[in-house]
Design a protein around this ligand. Sequence first.
Ligand SMILES: [Zn+2]
Length: 227
Amino acid sequence: MNLVLGDIPIRVEKKRIKNMHIYIKPPFGEVLVTAPKYVTDKEIKIFIEEKSDWITKNVEKIKDSPITPNPKYETGDIIPIWGEFYNLVVLEDTRYSLTLNGDTATLIVREGCTDKQKEDFVKEWYREQLKERVEILLPKWEAYTGLHCSSWQSKMMTSRWGTCNTKTNKIWLNVRLAEHPVECLEYVILHELAHTVVPNHSADFKAVLSKFMPEWKTYKKELNSYK
Ligand SMILES: [Zn+2]
């Protein structure tokens, strides 16, 4: 089903879920509303009406976001790193590097490199950023919660921010977490650690999250809008 709120198109999907959710996706502020299968179209319309101020405000906010969607890493692109925006300047030299100075990110690439080589370098750079933070934050959260994973690794993922193998307690974290505020990474770390004691997303699971991070829903929502 498709609806319109003012001039904002809204896509509605019915799924096997318990509550209605609103997602606003960057960079164009597309709105997706997911609803349980038993909810009527009329109820969905009322829900959207009630949330109309919130939707309008957040669509504007996302449209104003300066981030370059799917960047090719060219001079003039704006890229996010730990929730801050950087103006990218690309130079050529003999070896690759990426350095941050003020609000400028200077990417030096090897002369004549392909787009793929450039993208791979940046991806690995993000991976290193993530690794540096996780090596500090994971032990911190393990000590704070008393929950432990067996090991962790990073991976590029398109639909999830992290996963936990509940048999081995190994955790995977999405490389792209390094684009978002570090609190979002901390939320995902806690989320995956919580899976070592509660494998599903039940009330017990949420109680673990709330115990150690009362504001976890804020970070979850922020990350979900980028999926
Ligand atoms: Zn989970």
